[in-house]
Design a protein around this ligand. Structure first.
Ligand SMILES: [Zn+2]
Ligand SMILES: [Zn+2]
Length: 209
């Protein structure tokens, strides 16, 4: 089994969308390679200029992760010089290579999950769901997809329970009741479902870092 497949399997019992988590993990690895190893790669630099840089979401990830501040400074100084010379594509025509890469990986992950579903479904976590974006990869009329959607929906009802309990415990009559780790994180699962990307860096309940 290749690396991506085994990673996907690992995320199947964690809270949140396994595809989002895996893609974000791959994004981080790729950013590391861009800013550490490939920063002096002239082909990459030419390509980044042609692409117009990265999308806002991936730039935010660069800012948050800051793999190498020197690497960031070198690559983006290059971009700024080309922008000032009028050589960058228009903002609306940016082709973010991480987004393009992710689209290709999404198709691959979809096929993998469908293929291994009979064997992997036992592992599907209680709070594992497909986010809004990734649930669209699974055609609602396809037999295996139908089952995956039903597992995901069941998990979303569990998230709903968690978050309702979290809200309830703010009631002044219930403040003595402790929050579980999952309840404390439940509002994050909600945001991640709608954002279609992992937002939290550390998770205690889900053990995702
Ligand atoms: Zn997702
Ligand atoms: Zn992007």
């Amino acid at each position: 089994m290749d690396y991506l497949n085994s990673k996907l399997r690992e995320y199947l019992d964690k809270p949140g969308c396994p595809l989002c988590h895996l893609l974000r993990e791959q994004d981080k690895k790729y950013l590391d390679s861009i800013f550490w190893e490939m920063v002096n790669d002239t082909e990459l630099r030419t390509q980044l200029i042609k692409d117009g840089g990265l999308c806002a979401d991936h730039l935010q990830l660069v800012f948050k992760e800051r793999p190498s501040v020197l690497g960031i400074a070198i690559l983006f100084r290059d971009l700024l010089i080309h922008h000032l010379q009028g050589e960058l594509p228009d903002f609306g025509n940016i082709k973010c290579r991480l987004c393009i890469r992710n689209q290709e990986m999404e198709k691959k992950l979809y096929k993998t999950l469908i293929k291994h579903w009979p064997e992997w479904k036992k592992q599907w976590g209680r709070h594992t769901f497909l986010c809004r974006k990734h649930s669209r990869l699974f055609p609602p009329e396809e037999k295996t997809s139908i089952e995956i959607h039903s597992f995901s929906e069941k998990a979303l009802y569990e998230v709903l329970k968690l978050v309702s309990s979290f809200i309830e415990k703010f009631d002044y009559q219930k403040t003595h009741l402790p929050f579980s780790e999952l309840e404390k994180e439940s509002w994050q699962y909600l945001l991640e479902f709608f954002a279609s990307k992992p937002l939290s860096k550390t998770r205690r309940g889900g053990k995702i870092s």
